[in-house]
Design a protein around this ligand. Structure first.
Ligand code: SAM
Length: 232
């Protein structure tokens, strides 16, 4: 069975779609979706030989080679036009890496703009949301969940014609997550608050504090306190 994290990603894959799972590692996600008859076909891409081989092995073992193409490729290079991919999942990497994969995919014409993106960054969600907004992706859904003492976010986005506008605060916390303000969300930002305060202290103690950096952290600390309803 899928982990809670990957099950949350799976939840947003529309039925009968054609999926590209980038950085697929064992190909657990596409294999599960095919086995449950939820998608039509999938590409499982990975840039590292070991994970690629694990994916290949699992797909063969399960007899799914007709439905899942396993490819050794960097990012969206795994996608070919004939695949007619309409959903891309990228899970379990840092937000900056996911952003770079999407940006390179866009530059190399591997991203048509018609695909639904389901992204699960482990860190750096803000950087990723920034890219989505700059590229006119609207955030349809977000989830925050805890599994094995780790907190994960899932972001579901689709490109739209009109410019997408979010406030800097929505980009930092997530437009859907900030509205929902769940217990896991509060837990995450409690922890972040502690860390940011610590960094701020260190920055201010430096010989020549970098004013711009200090201001940035101060702003973030203020916003976190607002979101968590803390007055000090
Ligand atoms: N997506 C799976 C999940 O969420 O459980 C596996 C996550 S695993 C931690 C990250 C995988 O991404 C690794 O197998 C790694 O080789 C792969 N990866 C990293 N950079 C990549 C890139 N540029 N293109 C394709 N795969 C990449």
């Amino acid at each position: 069975n899928l982990s809670k994290r990957l099950a949350t990603v799976a939840k947003y894959v529309p039925k009968n779609s054609r999926l590209a799972d980038i950085g697929s590692d064992h190909a657990y996600l596409p294999a599960w979706l095919i086995q449950h008859d939820l998608i039509e076909a999938a590409v499982a891409g990975d840039v590292v030989k070991g994970p690629f081989q694990s994916a290949d092995k699992l797909v063969r073992h399960l007899g799914l080679t007709n439905q899942i193409a396993v490819r050794l490729a960097d990012g969206l290079e795994a996608i070919e036009e004939k695949d007619q991919i309409d959903v891309i999942t990228i899970a379990g990497m840092g937000g900056a890496l996911i952003r770079d994969i999407l940006q390179r995919g866009k530059e190399n014409q591997r991203l048509s703009g018609q695909e639904r993106l389901i992204l699960q960054p482990n860190i750096g969600e803000k950087i990723l949301r920034q890219w989505l907004v700059e590229n006119n992706y609207y955030i349809l859904f977000e989830e925050i969940l805890e599994e094995d003492h780790k907190i994960y976010e899932v972001i579901v986005a689709e490109k739209q014609l009109d410019p997408v506008i979010y406030t800097p605060k929505e980009i930092m916390f997530g437009p859907c997550l900030i509205k929902e303000n769940s217990l896991v969300f509060q837990k995450k930002w409690q922890h972040e608050l502690g860390q940011k305060k610590q960094i701020l202290k260190q920055l201010q103690a430096a010989n020549q504090p970098l004013e711009e950096k200090v201001q940035g952290f101060k702003q973030e600390v203020t916003w976190i306190k607002e979101v968590l309803n803390i007055d000090e």
